[in-house]
Every structure is written in structure tokens, then in C-alpha cells.
Design a protein around this ligand. Structure first.
Ligand code: ADP
Length: 539
């Protein structure tokens, strides 16, 4: 028997209308590409999203058309989030850190009709423009007086485009499974592939991840997402802020420690959201300048594993709790979070920090389990390693334009290896391609890297498995020195020796000036693995 309730569809335009009625006065603050701080309210933003939607209609954009954006976290980009998807068109966010050939491939594969770009990224688009097959026009996200010089014919100015449009619209109604936005993976472990989100997946993900055990978005939230709006919709925060009336503070192109500190101070930011490298920079800056971030209550971290030294520094220097989460592009992206729980108060502080290095418990709406190579479910005992698979309304079913489903027995394989404890704490051991198989046992490259960065002379560490005649693979450690304290092979090995099992100790330590990173800031180990695969055999 079916229930008798309305089949009202969950649409992104519905978030906007809800926000206008209930959260219209909530402020949105942006650091701008042009320089200076811009302030307005959700009501102002919504009016401009509607003007934009009318302008897009005038350009001939219809339901299902794809609109590219290459822009930082700022108010105009936010207007596109609602204006494009509200019409039933698809917002395709492009990562400016991708190689030009990737940008070209992605724009053609997605069939973008227009690209909206921040002026500093215009040269990237200009560089590939001749190869873009479906693009009819480029819109620069700025005002007339700030329009850049360009060889692009008929370059459109965003402010001119929307200026004379009505700020009223009757949003179209359609099925909530309709596509709303598109994001390509950064290709850390292979070819870049599209994750095509729907209105329903976007809304349920933003809603579930904003609960108290997640981002904890409320009308008293003041949240600064450093996570880019050009990758996985800034983890859904633009939608969540409009749903729950949280004040958004957008950093624009300025994500260095000093700029973030200034924004935190001027806006009394309570919640920070970003990847570990950004927080490392913030901690270094505040440490050097003896600054305490008094207003900050929580620092959400994910994208890569957060080292214990970082969790401790935020707690002890800034009285801020680090909530360690995990997810991926294919999951909208949040899967697990490690929010504060009362039982943490009962724990010895060092044990609590250790617990916080776990990526936490699955949020409602995302089921997780670990399986062996034959797909058999493994026990949640906190010790057994397995392939981490997920399922839920925010998880991908197939990649964009793929003929085949991406699922195995109804679950999506994340490519990560993890443990799950009896009470649901998930701990990423490694990417399945990065885990080191030594004599039939597994060594976690992530654990080794995070322990190594605790050495006072180490800025960044990277561990790969290389061939070994007896043990199949052994760990090789690459280190970038921070120049603060001396650091050589012996001191690094000594430092590690009482913190990890003896058989985990790297067979060699190599000092480098740089390590390879992908477009989302993660270490890319494929090149190093190729270059150094015979290092232990030849030396
Ligand atoms: P890409 O797939 O292009 O590398 P994503 O941003 O989707 O980009 O990355 C997802 C991957 O990042 C996860 O599968 C996992 O390996 C890693 N990851 C994300 N959060 C964490 C975390 N907190 N700890 C360890 N690894 C993480």
C-alpha cells in the first residue's frame, strides 16, 4: 500500500524560495577577485540568481543544457549555483588547476554551451578555446570597468548580462532526479570521469551532511568554506547555508594563512571547512604571528588524512575541535564525519586525539561496509582491513555518459582500504593502489606519512611501495624539509622508530624539494612509483 502524501519534488529552486522566505536577511560575505570585501544578503543573492536565470533563457539556454563555470568561492559563482540549476540546466564546475588538455577534454565531453569565468582564469579558457566544440560564448564574472583585455570575440560581461533582466521568475517544475550539476574527478588515480548529480541527490546530501553530527548548520552558524566551489560543490555548503540560514563567508582567491585569519577575525567565523594543506598554512601563520582564532569552534577537515599534530594544535592553541571527515567526488562528497561526542570528554586527551584521526562514522544516508576481494563482507572489529564500499542516495550509480553501471552488487567501490570499528568508526588505511604489501602484510602509506610530518624538521612526507627481492614491496619515504630543524635520514628513522612497528620503518629516506600534487592538492604517486620502482634492487 502506498502512502497518501504529496509527491512534491525536491528541487534546487525550492531551496532558494525557502531561503528567501525564511533566511532572506542572512548575510553573505565574499573576498573578491577584484579586491575588497563584498557584502549582501540571501535575498539580494536570490534576486540576482533570478536575473541570471532570465538572462540564460534569453540566450536560448534550455533544460538539460550544460553551463561551465571556472571560478573561485565568491558571490557571483553562488548566483550561478541557483540560477543555472533552478532552470533545469546543469552547472558544470571546472577546476582551474587541471592541465589545459584536461579542461579541453572535459568541456567537450560535457558539451558546455557557455562558460562563466573569473577574470584571472580567462587565459586558461583562451588557451583551449579553438578546440572547444560546443561553446557559444564566454562570460566574465565581473563588472564593465573590470573587464579584462582579451582576444575572445564577443566576450560577455556578467554584470551587463544580468543588469536589465527581471528579478522575478516562475521556476520550472520537473522530476527531482533531473541533473543539476556536474563535476569531474581530478583523476588522481586514472582518467577524469564525470559525476552527474541530480536535484534530489544534491538536496538530500546537503541536508544529511548538515545535521548535528556533520557540518551542524544552523541560523547561528558562520561558516567559511575554503573547499572550492569548483570541486564537488564546496561539499554542498552553498545549498546547506541557504537551507538553514547559515552565514557564508567566501574567501575568493585568497586562501593563504594571513587572508583566512583576517576573514575569521573580521567576520567572527565559527566553522572552517577545508583540506589539511590549507589548515597547515593557517596554523603556521597564526603560530608565527602569535594569533589565537578565538571565534572558531570547529574545523572540518577532509580530502586527505588529518595528522594528529594538526588536531592537537587546533585544540590546544585555538580551542577548536577538529571534525575529521571523508568522502569523494562520486559521493557528493561526504560519507563519514567525526563530530564531537560527549563520550570524548571522558577520554584521556591523547586517546581522544587518536580517535579524532579516524575519519568518523557514516552520516545518515550513506551506508558503508568493508569487503574482501570476492565481495564478502568483513567484520567491523577495528582491525580487519578491506575494500570500503558505499551506498546511498548521494552516491553515483554510473559515470557521465558511461554505458555501464559503476556498482558491484549494488555498492560503489571507493578505491579506499579501511577498517570499521565495532561502534562504527571508519579509519582509512590507504588508497588501494597506494597500500604497501610487504611479505603478505599491509603497510599504510598514510599512517607513515602522518607520523613522519610530526618530525620537527619535516614539512611534507610521501611514502610509496617499491620492489624488494625478499618482501615483494617495501616503503620508501620522500621528505621535504621545513628548514626549521635539522633533519637527515637517521633522525627521521629514529623519530619513527618508537611510533610505528619496526617492520613498517622505511627502507630509505629521500630528500626532495617538491612532491607531485594533483588538481585537488592530493599527492599523486604514480610518477614516483615508476621512477623509483627498482630503487631498492639497484642500490
Ligand atoms: P579524486 O577522486 O579526484 O582524487 P576526491 O576529492 O574525490 O578526488 O578524492 C577522494 C579520495 O580522497 C578518497 O577516495 C580518499 O582516498 C581521499 N580522502 C578523502 N578524505 C580523506 C581523509 N579524511 N583521510 C584520508 N583520505 C581521504
Amino acid at each position: 500500500m502506498l502512502g497518501n502524501m504529496m509527491k512534491d519534488q525536491l528541487l534546487i529552486s525550492g531551496i532558494l524560495e525557502h531561503a528567501i522566505q525564511n533566511n532572506g536577511k542572512t548575510e553573505i560575505v565574499s573576498n573578491t577577485v577584484e579586491g575588497g570585501i563584498h557584502r549582501y544578503t540571501i535575498a539580494d543573492s536570490a534576486k540576482r540568481s533570478k536575473q541570471l536565470a532570465n538572462a540564460l533563457t534569453a540566450l536560448g539556454i534550455k533544460k538539460g543544457d550544460v553551463i561551465g563555470t571556472m571560478a573561485v568561492n565568491g558571490y557571483r559563482h553562488l548566483e550561478l549555483y541557483f540560477g543555472v540549476s533552478g532552470l533545469g540546466a546543469v552547472l558544470h564546475t571546472l577546476n582551474p588547476r587541471l592541465f589545459p588538455e584536461h579542461v579541453e577534454y572535459i568541456v567537450n565531453h560535457a558539451e558546455d554551451k557557455y562558460i562563466f569565468v573569473d577574470a584571472p582564469f580567462l587565459p586558461i579558457i583562451e588557451g583551449v578555446l579553438d578546440s572547444l566544440k560546443t561553446v557559444k560564448g564566454i562570460v566574465v564574472l565581473t563588472s564593465k570597468e573590470n573587464m579584462p583585455e582579451s582576444k575572445v570575440k564577443n566576450l560577455i560581461c556578467y554584470e551587463d548580462l544580468i543588469a536589465n533582466e527581471s528579478d522575478e521568475i516562475v521556476w520550472p517544475e520537473f522530476d527531482e532526479h533531473t541533473a543539476s550539476s556536474l563535476c569531474y574527478t581530478s583523476g588522481t588515480t586514472g582518467n577524469t570521469k564525470g559525476a552527474l548529480y541530480s536535484h534530489r541527490s544534491t538536496i538530500v546530501h546537503a541536508w544529511f551532511s548538515s545535521a548535528g553530527n556533520g557540518f551542524n548548520m544552523t541560523p547561528s552558524s558562520i561558516v567559511l568554506p575554503v573547499v572550492p566551489m569548483f570541486h564537488v560543490n564546496a561539499w554542498g555548503l552553498p545549498y546547506a547555508a541557504f537551507m538553514f540560514g547559515a552565514k557564508l563567508v567566501l574567501p575568493g582567491p585568497f586562501t593563504d594563512g594571513e587572508s583566512i585569519t583576517n576573514l575569521i577575525k573580521s567576520e567572527k567565523v565559527k566553522q572552517l571547512v577545508g583540506v589539511p594543506t590549507v589548515w597547515l598554512d593557517l596554523l603556521n601563520y597564526t603560530e608565527k604571528n602569535n594569533i589565537t582564532l578565538d571565534s572558531v569552534e570547529t574545523v572540518l577537515v577532509g580530502g586527505s588524512a588529518a595528522p594528529i599534530s594538526m588536531i592537537k594544535a587546533f585544540q590546544e592553541k585555538h580551542n577548536a575541535f577538529m571534525n575529521h571527515g571523508w568522502g569523494m567526488t562520486e559521493m557528493s562528497p561526504v560519507g563519514t564525519m567525526n563530530a564531537y561526542k560527549p563520550e570524548m570528554d571522558e577520554m584521556n586527551i591523547e586517546d581522544r586525539y587518536e580517535l579524532q584521526t579516524s575519519q568518523g562514522k557514516s552520516i545518515y544516508g550513506c551506508s558503508i561496509k568493508i569487503v574482501d576481494d570476492n565481495g564478502k563482507t568483513l567484520p567491523n572489529d577495528g582491525k580487519t582491513y578491506g575494500r570500503l564500499v558505499v551506498k546511498g542516495p548521494g552516491v553515483i550509480e554510473r559515470y557521465y555518459k558511461a554505458d555501464q553501471s559503476a556498482l558491484e552488487d549494488g555498492w560503489f567501490d571507493t578505491g579506499d582500504v579501511s577498517t570499521i570499528s565495532e561502534d562504527g568508526y571508519m579509519r582509512i588505511v590507504d588508497r588501494s593502489k597506494d597500500v604497501i604489501k610487504s611479505g603478505g602484510e599491509w603497510i599504510s602509506s598514510i599512517d607513515l606519512e602522518n607520523t613522519a610530518v610530526g618530525h620537527p624538521g619535516v614539512a611534507e612526507a610521501c611514502v610509496i611501495g617499491v620492489l624488494h627481492p625478499k618482501w615483494d614491496e617495501r616503503p620508501l619515504l620522500f621528505v621535504i624539509k621545513n628548514g626549521i630543524e635539522d633533519c637527515d635520514k637517521d633522525s627521521v628513522i629514529n623519530f619513527l622508530s618508537d611510533k610505528i612497528a619496526k617492520w613498517w620503518l622505511p627502507d630509505d629516506v629521500i630528500f626532495v624539494e617538491e612532491l607531485p600534487h594533483g588538481a585537488t592538492g592530493k599527492l599523486v604517486k604514480t610518477g614516483l612509483r615508476e621512477q623509483y620502482k627498482n630503487h631498492l634492487i639497484n642500490n
